[in-house]
Ligand binder design. Structure first.
Ligand SMILES: Cc1cc2nc3c(=O)[nH]c(=O)nc-3n(C[C@H](O)[C@H](O)[C@H](O)COP(=O)(O)OP(=O)(O)OC[C@H]3O[C@@H](n4cnc5c(N)ncnc54)[C@H](O)[C@@H]3O)c2cc1C
Length: 247
């Protein structure tokens, strides 16, 4: 998979701090410089003041100000299974590549056998991989070779059947019914910084599936570049705790 930051609110932590200061400020923040707005916050520099205020907001559970900055991510090549999990989050906006208007008629089924178009779960190739809800532990090499053979044969033949149905004049929207849930999809999604922390609480957690965890870690890395003080605090003090942004 590939995850990129497409667009995001400029200077998101200035927006967060200004919104939070508005709540306790008699003067109108719209008439003040940022330095004036932050004047009573502890710290020698504006950066220090921002760090202190953001840490305090997150520590006290004052999450509203984190709803103002928004980021848009482009995601390439996750499974439709992962997409189904991700799109359960109702305060995230999505655009999903259509299987009604995009036909995978050019894909060579032999490339599918080699891993194209359908996501290969690690348990199909790694004997030591132990998935959640899996009966027993790792398996021997021979078993995993069998697993991989069954998996590859199944996804290849699905794509062959799909293309055969297209050749027989079936519309992509109906032919897609034979494609596996592991079929890759591209997504654009937008959310605010609070929601990003909430999605991470749920989807970077140990009980989430490996694919959405990997995706969430990718999004978190990008969020750390975009909104550094917030996600540094989140990683250090909040991540892996019981979800608390949406009690
Ligand atoms: C490990 C794991 C396993 C899961 N297994 C299943 C499963 O087997 N079957 C299944 O169906 N789902 C499953 N889910 C999905 C899960 O139940 C949620 O639907 C999904 O994660 C969306 O998160 P959310 O409920 O926090 O809502 P979001 O849409 O992310 O909303 C964020 C918060 O807003 C508030 N909110 C939003 N809408 C409402 C509303 N209508 N009413 C009240 N409050 C609201 C809630 O506080 C919510 O936490 C699983 C999720 C995880 C992480």
């Amino acid at each position: 998979m590939d995850v990129r930051l497409l667009e995001a609110t400029d200077d998101p932590e200035r927006v967060i701090c200004t919104a939070a200061r508005n709540d306790y400020s008699a003067p109108f923040v719209g008439d003040q410089s940022f330095a004036e707005t932050m004047a009573t916050i502890d710290g020698q520099t504006i950066e220090e003041k921002k760090r202190n205020l953001i840490g305090r907001l997150l520590d006290h559970g004052h999450f509203g100000p984190f709803e103002h900055p928004q980021a848009t991510f482009a995601i390439e090549g996750v499974s439709r299974s992962c997409m189904a999990q991700l799109t359960r989050h109702r305060h995230v906006s999505f655009d999903v590549q259509s299987m009604r208007y995009v036909a995978f008629d050019e894909v060579d089924p032999e490339d599918v056998r080699d891993g194209a178009m359908v996501v290969t779960p690690p348990s199909a190739t790694d004997p030591d991989w132990v998935g959640r809800n899996q009966r027993g532990g790792g398996v021997d090499e021979e078993t995993v070779e069998q697993r991989e053979a069954v998996f590859r044969e199944s996804v290849t033949s699905s794509v062959e059947s799909y293309q055969e149905l297209l050749d027989l004049g079936m519309a992509p929207e109906d032919a897609r019914f034979v494609l596996p849930i592991g079929t890759e999809v591209n997504i654009v999604m937008s959310m605010n910084a609070r929601m990003l922390m909430h999605v991470s609480d749920m989807r970077a957690a140990a009980d989430a599936q490996w694919e959405i965890r990997e995706l969430t870690e990718g999004v978190l890395d990008l969020a750390g570049d975009w909104c550094p003080l917030t996600f540094e605090y989140y990683e250090e003090h909040m991540k892996d705790r019981k979800n608390r942004l949406a009690p």
